[in-house]
Design a protein around this ligand. Structure first.
Ligand code: HEC
Length: 705
């Protein structure tokens, strides 16, 4: 090599080096996500750029750095404690070396994905009273990123754009009337510069819709309503004219429901946006639409043009729904070979218990089979695409109570499933359950609380009094969408709800659970290959990414109170972190360790904590009602952060008797001291259910003993 060429090589390599350094620092945390990059996300497995990883929301990664040969060395690389202790449901987003995640109360956190260094934190300062409008906790499922911006939908309805590098607020816009009982818990999606967000609130009498905002400016580009409004006013969309004929009575005074609170997927090939539409408001159809009717677009998958929000097709899973059978569950787009033909399909396992495979271009039903026990319908008629109902299931029409499978929690709820291209199987977090439905004959609209139109407490009683009901349970299920059959299932030890799923090309399926574990399963057999203790219950789905040439897996942990029963729970309650929200990031050979939380025995309790014989369902209902109504003051999960002002109810002797309890909670004995009566807010039986929940917390919590 001549001197000159050596010199040239040196100069060139220097130039390369300099430009690489420059590129690296300018791209650092830049979230340079655009339509090309998102559309091709499947070919960039190092990143996890949108909620379901790819636009088709398969939650499948081709990374194989973590595999069956080395998984025994999978361990914690770094972790971060957050400041909220309510439910944690977000999927971490990773791009350009930054990891973005949300916690309850819509707080956003950004970390360096390699080191775990905190880059910034954003607290939207959601007013805590908004929590009273959230049916199912003040959760948030995550952010979307686009061209240097991070978007979050705040519980109070603001869509917020932040600078990806600094967390600085760029714009915010109110997406609904804050006077109405709407909330946002879902993750936004961005398609061609449109940030798309829905909302929740169908338990509280609202009308559902989804809206697209300009990513640059926050200006509204389009809005699609899922149910017709007041027919005396102009229709917002042409198809609502036909849709209106599927409704009767004065549904618009009750809102109608149909909120789009979670699922969205985008088909790049067909240029279609699919949205999952929720339940009716109120649940009870005879009260909502007294003459019956399909009540479109409730419980439907609707395909829209992502550019202007115009309607393309719909498939309704539960016509005339009356059981809270939302179709807001995770929607996955994939190519399947069915009867020797390549089909582009949309798949969903909605609450109603059937797994649907639908033609992605037309909305035509290809197949549907039940993935959990179902008794409200015998099957789905493939010619009509409609369920063949069990007439007894319509408690609202017959006037006779009915115990339905699945329950209103669904065979599958918001917990993300995962479609593996390695096995062509869908891994679904499922629950086998049932619930008693009794029409509320004295229904009147409740402005501040739930409006289901069913007697929830009576339904509990009905289930309690019934003999020989099948066992309930929580499972991870491997489902073949082509044959519509279960391939394997794993039972969770603690039956307190499942957690989201991830599958990878290394033949692994990852899922957390409520015993406080994070587990890897063999994707063909369900064999448990690896697990680690998370110190907290898990609900959220993991995501995976590659930095510094190494595959990592990120998981947000923290669920409502750890359960009091079941193997693993004892360990979990003694070692569990009192900070119930933590981000865990794993890699092969990670060396980080979670702190052991000292078990304090500081107790001011001068009475014997009573026992409760309330069944788990009642305790769970108590927890829900507590979280909705009391936690704002008395603290998340029953742990008061300001016990001098708001007594820690786990230490209150009021729990000993029903009379002492209801004197405060329902009759307002301590009204003057700021503890008002909640008689107008709580449903029948809820005060007692909360008491049972508090007793169970007092018995379980290690720091009280
Ligand atoms: C807006 C704030 C707020 C909310 C919401 C709230 N409380 Fe209270 N609660 C208080 C305050 C303040 C006290 C203390 C009153 C006093 O000084 O005696 C209290 C006291 C109590 C006590 C008596 C504790 C003791 O041993 O003295 C009970 C029991 C109780 N609350 C139950 C509930 C339940 C159950 C709910 C939900 C249905 C609830 N509270 C919701 C503010 C609240």
């Amino acid at each position: 090599m001549s001197k000159f060429s050596v010199f040239l090589t040196f100069v060139l390599s220097l130039g390369l080096y300099v430009s690489q350094v420059f590129a690296q620092s300018s791209l650092e945390y830049a979230a340079t996500v655009d339509e090309d990059r998102l559309s091709a996300a499947a070919s960039e497995p190092e990143a996890w750029m949108s909620y379901g990883r790819t636009y088709d929301e398969q939650r499948y990664s081709t990374l194989t750095g973590i595999n069956k040969d080395n998984i025994d060395q999978l361990s914690l690389s770094w972790f971060a404690d957050m400041t909220t202790s309510r439910g944690q449901e977000a999927t971490p987003i990773v791009v350009d070396n930054a990891l973005y995640v949300t916690t309850s109360w819509s707080n956003v956190w950004a970390f360096d994905a390699r080191s775990g260094e905190l880059l910034w934190e954003f607290d939207p300062q959601v007013e805590r009273t908004v929590g009273l409008k959230a049916c199912c906790d003040v959760v948030n499922r995550g952010v979307a990123v686009w061209e240097g911006k991070v978007f979050v939908g705040a519980l109070d309805g603001r869509l917020i754009a932040l600078d990806s590098k600094t967390g600085e607020l760029l714009w915010q816009t109110q997406t609904f009337d804050p006077e109405r009982n709407y909330t946002i818990t879902g993750a936004p999606r961005v398609i061609k510069g449109n940030v798309i967000i829905g909302n929740g609130g169908a338990e509280y009498g609202v009308r559902g819709y989804v809206t697209a905002y300009d990513a640059e400016t926050g200006e509204q580009n389009w809005r699609f309503y899922t149910v017709p409004g007041d027919p005396s006013k102009p229709f917002e969309q042409p198809e609502l004219f036909d849709v209106m004929t599927t409704w009767t009575g004065q549904w618009w005074l009750l809102g109608g429901g149909g909120t789009v609170w979670d699922a969205m997927a985008y088909d790049v090939e067909l240029d279609l946006l699919y949205i999952g539409v929720g339940n009716g408001s109120p649940w009870n159809q005879s009260l909502r639409s007294p003459g019956g009717g399909d009540n479109l677009f409730l419980t439907s998958i609707v395909a829209l043009d992502p550019d202007d929000g115009s309607y393309r097709w719909h498939y309704q899973t539960t016509p005339g729904e009356t059981w809270d059978y939302t179709a807001t569950q995770h929607i996955v787009v994939a190519d399947l070979e069915i009867d020797g033909e390549e089909r582009r399909v949309v798949m969903q396992a909605p609450k109603n218990g059937f797994f649907y495979v639908i033609d992605a271009a037309t909305g035509q039903l290809i197949s549907a089979e039940n993935y959990v026990p179902v008794n409200w319908a015998t099957h789905i008629d493939l010619d009509t695409g409609r369920p063949v109902e069990n007439p007894a299931a319509r408690y609202d029409v017959t006037g006779t109570p009915f115990i339905a499978s699945p329950s209103a929690l669904g065979g599958h709820n918001w917990y993300p499933m995962s479609f593996s291209q390695n096995t062509n199987l869908m891994y679904i977090p499922i629950t086998e359950n049932y619930m008693g439905y009794i029409s509320d004959t004295e229904f009147t609209v409740n402005e501040t609380g739930w409006n289901t139109g069913i007697d929830l407490a009576g339904g509990f009683g009905l289930v309690m009094a019934s003999q020989g009901l099948p066992e309930q349970g929580t499972f991870l299920q491997a489902w073949d969408p082509v044959t519509q059959e279960e391939v394997w299932r794993v039972r969770h030890e603690v039956d307190n709800g499942p957690a989201g799923v991830l599958s990878t090309a290394a033949g692994l399926v990852f899922q957390g659970n409520r015993s406080g574990e994070f587990v890897a399963y063999d994707d063909m057999t369900g064999e448990r290959i690896w697990s680690t203790f998370t110190q907290a219950g898990v609900m959220a789905a993991p995501s995976t990414f590659e930095v510094d040439g190494q595959q990592h897996i990120a998981l947000l942990v923290g669920s409502p109170a750890l359960p009091s029963e079941g193997p693993g729970a004892a360990a979990a309650t003694t070692l569990a972190s009192s900070n119930n929200s933590r981000l865990l990031v794993f890699k092969i050979g990670g060396t980080a360790e979670l702190p052991r939380v000292p078990v304090e025995s500081a107790s001011d309790i001068d009475f014997d904590i009573p026992q409760t014989d309330a069944p788990n369902e009642v305790i769970a209902a108590g927890e829900t009602a507590y979280t909705r109504t009391c936690a704002v003051c008395h603290g998340d999960a029953g742990i008061s952060l300001r016990p001098d002002t708001y007594p820690d109810l786990r230490q209150s002797s009021r729990m000993i008797s029903e009379q002492d309890w209801s004197a405060v909670v329902l009759e307002g004995e301590l009204q003057e001291q700021g503890m008002i009566s909640f008689a107008n807010v709580l449903q029948d039986g809820e005060a007692e259910a909360i008491r049972a929940y508090i007793i169970s917390r007092a018995n379980t919590d290690a720091d009280l003993r």
